[in-house]
Design a protein around this ligand. Structure first.
Ligand SMILES: Cc1cc2nc3c(=O)[nH]c(=O)nc-3n(C[C@H](O)[C@H](O)[C@H](O)COP(=O)(O)OP(=O)(O)OC[C@H]3O[C@@H](n4cnc5c(N)ncnc54)[C@H](O)[C@@H]3O)c2cc1C
Length: 556
């Protein structure tokens, strides 16, 4: 197994449960990859967790939705394989390993206006995990992106996040946060870090625990460089190890699970139009994910698909400076839908429904950027918004914001004109955009873009704001802004595979002994983004399928 994210570890655990000998090679000093940074959500229709929560739907409803979103990218074989296997994969992990899930019964699909979309019931999230269960493995687990935590404490989606956003407004929320943070600080003093792992960090931890329970060989600092190919068959790989190069042979198969190419400059040039046009790409995925799996696959005759609608899971990202001089990549997944924020380009005009999915936000920004101009936008809000919800890496009151103001990450102006000047935005157009937005906020209808028009958008808003939970005036100075640049959560374009995750050559034939899973495999969603969890769900499912295929076939 090359790579230790959700895809690699799911495949490794399944293979070991089928009594195959498995080795996981991880290039980074810690396990978990992008998975350990993630929200930990999986889109798995008909999963056991939502069923236990009382959600049932017709067998074919998820297909109807996927057909509507994917259009001509809908691949019957792969979608069928996925929808059939995904709930079985979930039940296997929940029943036989340390991986446990909570139901996403009220997590809506992204495109609520399309046929077959649901308001909840197709997803599940990794249950929080006590890091002490990892024992000596704990320091070997990648930690979350620092800016998405509060002093290293992850905040879980759902009730946990709700309480954090309401800590200064209700006593119950204040108590929840005080208890959580107090426990976190005590654990930091005692163990050097908090022990309540949540979201994707909990998923990676649970996978790691499960792999260790099955005595899988787990090797960090082991970077795959070349495949060993003998008589047309992949027979192992050559690695860079701390003590020098080494060869590891694989009797049955090699599975590529290196998390795609978010930081492969060469492939970005080929597949990302904005990079070709001169705007750098700022993926929030770990720097180690530099496209090695795709290159290894090509070495054996595999083909990288360039025909997906979008080559990556786009996300608006801002670049918060860090105290150690480095720069973070903050993916704006939550703040955009809250009431009292708009996004504008340098011409001061809105270009998108800001409360929509992150992928669609970036599609709209790419489309709104004139040729020759670098792709960027500004998220604009007022004092009340910043105080309540925070903006990007800037946390809500009472967390101090001075560092981000001093470093220029957070721009401030006592008037909209002053803010426009600080950001280099057309002041008259910004004033006009805010005035129109404020009039719409009063009526509850965003006439230009329909903010708050779907269950997904409303779920991301603030339920206590009416008539539209995604709309509130931007009116209380000072005004604030954070700059957004193109980024991603990972990549969609990957190796062409069949429904067993076997890598296919130019003639469409399986390359003997070679599989690709997770973001090394071309996304079955064809470059579309139907719902949260459409990368981790397939990552674990095709890992599970690949391992079963290898176990069932002597020669795979
Ligand atoms: C902030 C954030 C939130 C997200 N939330 C969600 C979510 O809730 N649901 C969802 O579905 N998706 C989410 N995503 C996307 C999701 O995390 C990724 O698509 C997914 O984790 C990819 O899994 P993977 O196993 O393919 O790769 P990864 O988890 O990235 O693992 C790949 C591993 O391979 C290693 N590697 C790389 N090169 C080599 C080499 N040469 N040799 C050995 N090892 C190598 C890497 O170091 C890495 O550890 C999110 C992403 C981000 C950044």
């Amino acid at each position: 197994m090359i790579g230790s994210g959700a895809a690699g570890l799911a495949a490794a655990i399944t293979a070991a449960s089928r009594r195959l000998r498995v080795l996981v090679a991880e290039k980074a000093p810690q396990f978990g990859g992008t998975t350990a940074y993630s929200g930990g959500w999986l889109w798995v229709p008909h999963n056991h967790a939502v069923r236990a929560d009382g959600f049932e739907e017709p067998e074919d409803a998820p297909r109807m939705y996927l057909r509507a979103v994917l259009g001509n990218q809908y691949d019957d074989r792969k979608i069928d394989a996925y929808l059939h296997a995904a709930p079985r994969m979930a039940a296997f992990f929940a029943g036989q390993t340390a991986v446990k899930f909570l139901p996403g019964s009220s997590v809506p699909d992204f495109h609520g206006h399309l046929p077959g979309a649901v308001k909840g019931g197709r997803s599940m999230v990794a249950a929080p995990y006590d890091g002490r269960e990892l024992g000596p493995l704990l320091p070997r687990l990648r930690q979350p992106i620092p800016e998405t935590t509060l002093c290293g404490m992850g905040i879980a989606a759902g009730a946990d996040l709700y309480h954090f956003l309401h800590a200064t407004r209700t006593f119950a929320s204040f108590l929840h946060v005080a208890r959580r943070f107090g426990r976190h600080l005590a654990q930091r003093l005692r163990h050097g870090r908090g022990m309540q792992l949540v979201n994707g960090n909990a998923l990676a931890a649970r996978l790691l625990r499960s792999a260790a329970d099955l005595n899988i060989g787990l090797h960090e600092n082991l970077e795959a460089k070349r495949l060993i190919i003998e008589q047309g068959r992949v027979a192992g790989a050559l690695f860079n190890a701390p003590h020098g190069p080494c060869a590891i042979r694989a009797r049955r198969a090699v599975i590529l699970a290196t998390g795609g190419f978010p930081h492969d400059a060469l492939r970005q040039q080929t597949l990302f139009a904005h990079v070709r046009a001169g705007t750098p790409h700022a993926s929030a995925a770990p720097m180690e994910n530099n496209g090695a799996g795709l290159r290894l696959g090509e070495q054996a005759g595999g083909q990288v698909r360039a025909d997906l609608v979008d080559a990556a899971a786009w996300a608006p990202v801002s670049l918060p400076p860090r105290r150690d001089g480095s720069v973070g990549r903050y993916p704006h997944l939550i703040d955009r839908a809250k009431p009292g924020l708009i996004a504008v380009t340098a011409d001061g005009r809105r270009f998108v429904n800001e409360a929509g999915p992150y992928h669609d936000f970036m599609r709209a920004l790419f489309a709104a950027t004139p040729t020759g101009r670098s792709v960027a936008a500004w998220l604009i809000c007022d004092f009340r918004f910043l105080h309540r919800y925070g903006l990007g890496a800037v946390k809500p009151f009472p967390v101090p914001k001075g560092f981000y103001l001093r470093t220029g990450y957070l721009k401030r102006g006592n008037s909209l004109a002053a803010l426009a000047a600080a950001c280099g935005i057309d002041a008259a157009a910004l004033a006009d955009s805010v005035a129109t937005h404020n009039a719409d906020a009063a009526s509850g209808e965003d006439r230009a873009f329909g903010r708050g028009g779907t269950p997904f958008q409303r779920a991301g808003g603030d339920a206590r704001i009416s008539p539209n939970p995604c709309l509130a005036p931007i009116a209380t100075p000072p005004f604030y802004a954070v700059k957004i640049v193109p980024g991603s959560l990972g990549t969609f374009a990957g190796l062409n595979t069949d429904e067993h995750a076997r890598v296919l050559d130019a003639a469409g034939q399986p390359v003997p002994g070679l599989f690709a899973v997770g973001n090394d495999m071309a996304s079955i969603m064809g470059g579309h983004y139907p719902s949260g969890g459409i990368t981790l769900g397939p990552a674990m499912t095709f890992g599970w399928l690949a391992a079963h295929f290898i176990a069932d076939h002597q020669e795979s």
